[in-house]
Design a protein around this ligand. Structure first.
Ligand code: AVJ
Length: 319
């Protein structure tokens, strides 16, 4: 068997149909809203990789610090043969885990970005020739259909990406993850933690403007895929902290009144001056909240690790 396979559980036309549906509903409602998954075309994935190197964007470094210092502990607790990683992106941090998991022979990276998956698999296979990589181009919000790889399995959802989901969506998602796991399996979850507003907002509104470009990239995706005529320069990048719901919100704010045409949908989208399009929520967590959400989905929190500065947490939980 070839050490690399790539399965697209969501056909290309389904991705296109989902984008059309999200644009049609999201840009005709008030407030206007788009799901963050549309950031990640090849350019968007590249911009996100740049974000992870920014001085203001601490989550990636904080999580890597935990992975590096705790990889052996994680390996000892789980003894896994299959590592499934949801939202694997460039699989950059996963390297530390893969190196430590001594019984590992299967890696299943799952991502919406095919370019990120193929790029990551190439680098990983070069370093771990005995590893079978079965990449899945999939949107795990529409259910997981994982390949039948040997257990025990460790399912990793890193980077704090679970924060892109609202609480009710998180409950559905965690229950679906629980349904994929058997006794002896485990879930490794990365969650960014609540902290002072300045640090949080700076992480989503960096001085170099990379996050602004990332945010505006969703307009380029819509232009290309749906022949729309958005001018990204007509919008300002906005990042704000919602202290009540404890999440960061990213928005694109129209600088003037404008109309954008989306011919593929026979749609003209009207923006009032200052009107905002919500493009992402990024929820921040506390230990007790994570424990409760996991428990509600049938998981018991067994380990909780943070970086030295207490900015980010990795938790290990079992069904
Ligand atoms: C990849 C979802 C974890 O929410 O911090 C980074 C995406 N958005 N900067 C995050 C993101 C703006 C990131 N996640």
């Amino acid at each position: 068997m070839s050490p690399f396979a790539l399965t697209r559980t969501l056909p290309l036309d389904a991705t296109a149909a989902a984008l059309r549906a999200d644009v049609a509903t999201g840009l005709t409602r008030s407030p206007k809203e788009l799901p963050p998954k549309w950031f990640y075309d090849a350019r968007g994935s590249e911009l996100f990789d740049e974000i992870t190197l920014l001085p203001e964007y601490y989550p990636t470094r904080a999580e890597r610090e935990i992975l590096v210092t705790r990889a052996d502990e994680i390996a000892a607790v789980t003894g896994v043969r299959t590592l499934v990683e949801l939202g694997s992106g460039s699989s950059d941090k996963t390297r530390h885990l893969i190196g430590a998991l001594t019984a590992l022979d299967h890696y299943v990276p799952v991502d919406v970005s095919e370019s990120a998956l193929t790029g990551a698999a190439g680098t990983l296979l070069a370093g771990h020739p005995a590893l079978t990589v079965h990449a899945l181009v999939a949107d795990f919000q529409y259910g997981l259909s994982l390949p039948g790889t040997p257990g025990p399995r460790l399912l990793a959802f890193l980077g704090g990406t679970i924060g892109n989901l609202r609480p009710a969506e998180r409950a559905v998602f965690l229950a679906a993850v629980r349904a994929e796991l058997a006794p002896g399996d485990a879930l490794l979850l990365g969650t960014d933690l609540v902290k002072d507003e300045r640090t949080l907002v700076a992480a989503y509104d960096d001085a170099a403007g990379v996050t602004a470009a990332f945010n505006k990239n969703v307009l380029s995706v819509i232009n290309r895929e749906l022949e729309a005529d958005f001018d990204p320069d007509d919008f300002d990048h906005v990042a704000l902290w919602d202290a009540e719901r404890e999440w960061i919100e990213m928005r694109l704010r129209a600088r003037t009144a404008l109309v954008a045409k989306v011919p593929a949908l026979d749609l003209a989208v009207h923006f009032a001056a200052g009107e905002e399009l919500r493009t992402e929520i990024s929820a921040k967590f506390r230990r007790e909240g994570v424990r409760k959400e996991l428990a509600a989905a049938g998981f018991e929190l067994s380990r909780w690790w943070t970086d030295e500065a207490g900015r980010f947490a990795l938790s290990l939980s079992v069904p």
